[in-house]
Design a binder for this molecule. Structure first.
Ligand code: FAD
Length: 372
């Protein structure tokens, strides 16, 4: 269907919201993005953008803006904590779309996504406090007193989605008993580690279930780390101490341990890891969930951001091919939910000794085939 003249309110200017805004505005919709923050402020580290996500950006005419702040990658390597190689593998979708996986800093990514939206499309300082389903439209109220009604409300408000809580599932996010420490530092602090490759590195200590994920951001002369360790403290953003950071990589390769001793603690982001249980329904006839709001998953398979982007594409494709918004929303859920259910499941399963023999446990199956 042609969305010309239809109003769309996207709640949240993260990866899902910004991608959806681009895709739906290309179908003619009159889109406004409402973001609670006063300005774009994504913190954190590096992520891998898979070929299928990059292909979506190419279709939307945004590839150049995004690829300009990335480095290409060949595959992933798994090591023991002291850097003995265990496994190496090429990215599964390599060259399916004539593109390979690229690494990007999260901040650069959100800046690039927002830079390709028309001027004025994003209204910052708008925190959704309630949503009312009117059947063929929905009304949203914001904390600043504004109220709007749109033909379609796209809830891209993340893992703690208020829209999901109000209409689709009251279940809170599920704690994974892990903390993730993330930061970006200069590549030359770990000499030799990325001399010969530009791959995603995983260092896994099986007995203590500690992981170090390294994403090289060579275009910035930097590397990003994500240290994931067991913890029973479910505070959303726990405070990181030097002692705890050093302990998290005790016994790992000296080069990594040194980083934990010297890095500026103020640059380290600490989050307790949560996902959500798969929910049955993502939409009414005028309100729909995308991204983490619909299917937040643990980060171990690096699929959260990619699923947010492919969800935006799935929603736009379904609306384009349907004869009504309601039918499009239903087709979107039917196409995307089986895939994200599977990613939620394998991300929660995490890594075990057996899966170290395969860099992509569970991902050579249906989920990848459908996406490709
Ligand atoms: C430790 C860690 C590592 C990760 N690593 C990877 C990785 O390597 N690869 C990968 O693909 N994914 C990764 N992810 C997952 C990825 O970050 C998320 O899946 C992705 O950010 C989801 O995007 P989103 O737009 O749905 O949600 P978010 O990025 O959470 O964006 C939601 C937006 O909505 C806004 N918002 C929230 N509530 C309201 C409201 N009431 N009103 C208005 N606005 C609101 C927020 O301010 C925010 O801007 C990782 C996650 C974590 C925690």
């Amino acid at each position: 269907m042609d969305l010309t003249g239809r109003t769309v309110a996207v709640i949240g200017a993260g990866f899902a919201g910004a991608s959806t805004a681009k895709a739906l505005s290309l179908l003619g919709a009159d889109v406004t993005v409402y973001e609670q923050a006063q300005q774009a402020g994504e913190v954190g580290a590096g992520i891998g953008l898979r070929p299928s996500s990059l292909a979506a950006f190419r279709e939307w005419g945004s590839l150049e803006a995004i690829q300009g702040v990335t480095s290409p990658s060949h595959g992933l390597r798994i090591f023991t904590p002291t850097s003995e190689p265990i496994h190496a593998e090429e990215w599964p979708e390599k060259d399916v779309f004539g593109l390979t996986t690229h690494f990007i800093h999260r901040r650069d990514f959100i800046d690039a996504l927002l830079s390709v939206l028309p001027e004025g499309m994003v209204a910052f300082g708008h925190r959704l406090v309630s949503v009312v389903d009117n059947g063929d439209s929905a009304t949203v109220s914001f904390q600043n007193g504004t109220e709007i009604t749109a033909d379609l409300v796209v809830a891209a408000d993340g893992i703690t989605s208020r829209v999901r809580g109000a209409l689709f599932s009251e279940k809170p996010p599920v704690f994974a008993h892990e903390h993730a420490y993330r930061a970006v530092f200069d590549l030359d602090l770990i000499p030799g580690v990325f001399d010969d490759d530009n791959d995603f590195h995983i260092y896994f200590d099986v007995p203590t279930n500690r992981h170090l994920y390294l994403v090289p951001l060579k275009h910035r002369g930097q590397v990003s780390f994500d240290i994931t360790v067991p913890s029973d403290d479910d505070t959303w953003s726990p405070k990181i101490t030097r002692e705890r950071l050093i302990e998290s990589l005790a016994g790992f390769d000296d080069r990594f341990e040194n980083v934990t001793r010297t890095i500026d603690l103020d640059t380290v982001n600490c989050r307790s890891a949560h996902d959500i249980d798969s929910i049955n329904l993502w939409h009414t006839d005028s309100i729909v969930l995308v991204g983490d709001a619909a299917h937040a998953m643990l980060h171990h398979q690096g699929q959260g951001a990619n699923s947010a982007i492919l969800g935006a594409k799935g929603l736009a494709d379904a609306l384009r091919d349907a004869d009504s918004i309601a039918a499009g929303l239903s087709a979107y859920q039917a196409a995307r939910k089986p895939i994200t259910d599977e990613y939620q499941r394998i991300s929660r399963a995490g890594w075990d000794e057996e899966s170290l023999d395969d860099g992509f446990p569970g991902q050579h199956g249906d989920a990848d085939r459908v996406e490709a």
